[in-house]
Design a protein around this ligand. Structure first.
Ligand code: GLA
Length: 400
């Protein structure tokens, strides 16, 4: 992965060409990506998740403008997109700029008078790989716009606005996990978040003997957004069926594993029943996983990671050949304590818990076996857990 100082050094001359004036009024903001350790597809069902923010992420260089225009560019794409602050609408041809535009649109809906500005994005997060590159762009934009308008909104308001951008501007029915983790992350800690209430606690992650390794399949499946929305709709159907049985039920996440045994038959369609089973058991598993982790039982945690992957593969059907192949390669590799897909699925990344002393043979074994199963070159990164979105102007300028 490109180190952050190299990201800044590459971005800075490009930003100057894009927005050529004094460095004095340039501000820089950072928002991380995230890795979810367990609790997948539970967030939009009012369940628990256990994500952690990464040190990889998105930097945005920003210069305020007084003419009511917004301009967007990045190191990754050649296009430069402009629009007026009162013309924030989704346009397919605007590509990546729809993410910052969506975040600014949602802030406008909240009542912010959206400031005109030049926004230039750079980063070191693999794109569309299940590590929340989109939430990272949205939160970097939201934190920057909030700072330019004198910081009138609190973190939760910015998180909710970024989620609204995904749901209403970009048309993905995603939950709140990614935006929350990206905004609230803490160095060397995971967040155990109750997505129904947004109450959360932080869980220390630093362990002497173990290391989380992110495994990128480098495979992107087409139609991932529509498949995701289909799962969301199937969960809504399951909820409707269960509401006939359980009075006052608002979310699938309210059903315990014990209660599931009594009410499962209320869902007639076996596919929908499987979707609900995954959500309900995964929710329970997430709470157990946080507990066993806190008790220092890394092996118990790893076992729950494995069960999570199997449930996502068999009941929720969001893994696919590439993710299954990389997770199976991890399960066979030296030093593996547990492994599962992370994020929405359908491609992208998986995460493994590995004995620290065997990280290197683990990685070579995964890369080799994954290649022979799929013909694809995967990548592995050691997950470093960092802080949430913030202004980094002084730190970056000191390096330029
Ligand atoms: C994506 C969504 C999240 C969450 C995960 C699956 O990352 O953005 O809200 O639903 O998938 O757990």
């Amino acid at each position: 992965m490109m180190p952050e100082t190299q990201v800044w050094r590459t971005a800075w001359p490009q930003f100057q060409a894009f927005s050529p004036r004094s460095i004095d009024d340039v501000r820089v903001f950072f928002a991380p990506g995230r890795v979810n350790l367990i609790g997948e597809h539970t967030d939009y069902n009012g369940g628990y998740v256990l994500p952690a923010a990464l040190t990889l992420g998105t930097w945005v260089f920003v210069r305020a403008r007084s003419d009511g225009w917004l301009r967007f560019a990045s190191t990754l794409f050649t296009e430069q997109i402009s629009c007026r602050t009162d013309d924030l609408v989704y346009r397919a041809q605007d590509g990546f700029a729809n993410y910052p535009k969506g975040a600014l649109w949602a802030l406008g809906q909240l009542g912010m008078s959206v400031p005109g500005a030049d926004f230039f994005f750079a980063g070191n997060l693999p794109h569309r790989a299940g590590l929340s590159s989109s939430a990272s762009i949205e939160m970097a934009t939201a934190v920057a716009a909030n700072a330019l308008s004198d910081g009138q909104y609190d973190r939760t308001a910015l998180v909710t606005a970024a989620k609204r951008a995904e749901n209403e501007f970009l048309g993905v029915s995603s939950g709140i996990m990614d935006q929350f983790a990206v905004a609230m992350g803490e160095r060397d800690r995971a967040l155990l978040l109750d997505c129904a209430t947004l109450a959360y606690e932080t869980v220390p992650l630093k362990l002497e003997d173990y290391q989380f390794v992110i495994m990128n399949t480098c495979y992107q499946r087409g139609l991932a957004e529509s498949k995701y929305n289909e799962r969301f709709a199937q969960c809504q159907q399951a909820l409707k069926d269960l509401q006939h049985e359980v009075s006052g039920l608002q979310y699938l996440g309210q059903i315990s594993e014990l209660q599931w045994g009594e009410v499962a038959d209320a869902i007639a369609d076996p596919v929908i029943r499987g979707r609900a089973r995954h959500v309900i058991l995964e929710n329970d598993r997430t709470l157990r996983a946080a507990k066993v982790w806190k008790s220092g039982d890394a092996r118990g945690f790893g076992q729950l990671m494995n069960e999570s992957h199997e449930s996502l593969r068999d009941d929720y059907e969001v893994t696919g050949h590439a993710l299954d192949a990389i997770v199976e390669a991890a399960w066979q590799a030296p030093g593996c304590v547990g492994a599962r897909m992370t994020g929405a699925g359908f491609g992208g990344c998986a995460v493994a818990l590995v004995e620290r002393s065997r990280t290197e043979p683990f990685i070579s074994s995964v890369i080799r076996d994954y290649k022979s199963a799929t013909g694809l070159d995967g990548q592995c990164y050691l997950a470093e857990i960092g802080d949430g979105a913030r202004e980094v102007t002084d730190e970056v300028k000191a390096w330029l």
